[in-house]
Design a protein around this ligand. Structure first.
Ligand code: PLP
Length: 400
């Protein structure tokens, strides 16, 4: 027996453990001091009432023989038709028409962002933005795939564009981006679609944060770009949209038009999922189906507005200090340049020691993240306001 030796090439994930151990060490040295975490990547508000009510009803269904549900329906790969239809209706509102067979209900985006690789050859070269959500890189290292990076920098606004000299087969795009909060315009996505089409590549578009896009001119789906259905798969989630990080539900769209080597990728993914996946619980799916109802949309909009307000507070603080950043307007993340040429970890220590505020060092998301720092809007208004006051006092005084 031989193990998959590709796993030995994975780097130890030190970012969040190191952040936690530095915070714990500071707290031990300063018991009673209030530390504020602008590093939270998880949602904090509870599920909207409309979702809870739908889940309660589904639990009741499970208690009666007539409405009890076992495995999900085979015909729709274990997704319940009312949920699939609500996803399709949400796409229709973005001007994207999808059939039921193109929407696969998942247990969240992270699983599908890695699992989708099963349908691609290990010889494919993958192009991943740097910095980015670390799961893309690790999933491809596990598969032994060659990885190229498209560097996001201050110069390109942390939105790297295609380079015709680079030949890639699989392209990850995350917009709005984690960690940078940067969002591609339709024009920019058009360039990626054109690149993918001319290189016979497939784009894996991570739309986990699409509901944070408030500017109507910005795209929330790759399929808003003409021609994308022939070269892209979209992976999305209810996690950040509706607080499902613990409930677990998402969806992946594999268009019927998407073929490579004369083979339908939709067919390959359907076969993969019905072999290695057995669906998402009925109770969860009924909760998710409530998200895109009229009342559901209204209630989740209120939660997102709460986080947006925090992002606006942080953006206002950085603007007043004259600090360069991306994100915060159409994203829960703000990606700031560390002041005075500090490295990401130097700034982490400086902020913790002097303002008792915690963020996430940008270098932990990739080499191009060095010198940058991620702040998030997932805290409470009170803590966010207090963190902004402390940052302003510290960095404002350092300047004057
Ligand atoms: N994609 C991005 C860019 C993320 O930041 C995250 C989680 O933070 C995920 C996917 C994972 O989403 P899910 O909870 O649906 O697995």
């Amino acid at each position: 027996m031989k193990i998959n030796e590709n796993h030995l090439n994975l780097k130890e994930s030190y970012l969040f453990p190191l952040v936690a151990s530095k915070v714990a060490a500071y707290q031990e040295r300063h018991p009673g001091e209030k530390i504020i975490k602008l590093s939270i990547g998880d949602v904090t508000l509870p599920l909207a009432p409309v979702i809870i009510e739908a889940m309660h009803r589904a639990v009741d269904d499970m208690s009666k023989g007539a409405s009890f549900k076992g495995y999900g329906p085979d015909a729709t790969r274990y997704g319940y038709p009312n949920l699939i239809d609500s996803v399709a209706a949400a796409y229709a509102r973005k001007g994207v028409s999808l059939g039921r067979e193109e929407i696969f209900i998942s247990d969240g985006a992270k699983c599908d962002l890695g699992n989708i690789l099963d349908i691609f050859s290990e010889d494919n070269v993958v192009l991943i933005p740097d910095p980015v959500y670390p799961a893309y890189v690790d999933a491809n290292i596990m598969a032994g795939r060659k990885i190229l990076f498209s560097c996001a920098t201050e110069e390109n606004g942390f939105l790297p564009m295609p380079n015709d000299e680079i030949k890639a087969d699989i392209i990850y795009i995350c917009s709005p981006n984690n960690p940078t909060g940067a969002v591609y315009t339709k024009e920019q996505l058009r360039a990626w679609v054109a690149y993918a089409r001319s290189n016979d590549a497939v784009i894996l578009f991570d739309a986990a944060y699409e509901h944070f896009v408030s500017d109507p001119a910005l795209p929330r789906s790759i399929f808003e770009v003409e021609g994308a259905k022939e070269c892209a798969i979209e992976i999305s989630s209810y996690s950040k949209t509706a607080g499902f990080t613990g409930v677990r539900c998402g969806y992946t769209v594999v268009p019927k038009e998407l073929e490579r080597g004369g083979v339908s990728l939709n067919r390959l993914w359907a076969r993969r999922q019905t072999t290695k996946f057995n669906g998402v619980s009925y109770i969860t799916q009924m909760g998710a189906a409530a998200v895109f109802t009229e009342e559901g949309e209204r209630q989740i909009a209120a939660n997102i507005a709460y986080y947006r307000e925090n992002a606006k507070m942080i953006a206002g603080c950085l603007d007043a200090l004259g600090i360069w950043y991306t994100g915060g307007k159409n994203s829960p993340y703000l990606w700031m340049k560390c002041p005075e040429g500090m490295t990401s970890w130097q700034f982490f220590d400086y902020l913790l020691e002097n303002a008792k505020v915690v963020g996430t060092p940008g270098s932990g998301f990739g080499r191009s993240g060095e010198g940058f720092f991620r702040l998030t809007a997932f805290g409470t208004h009170e803590n966010t306001a207090e963190a902004c006051r402390r940052i302003t006092e510290l960095l404002g005084n350092a300047k004057s």
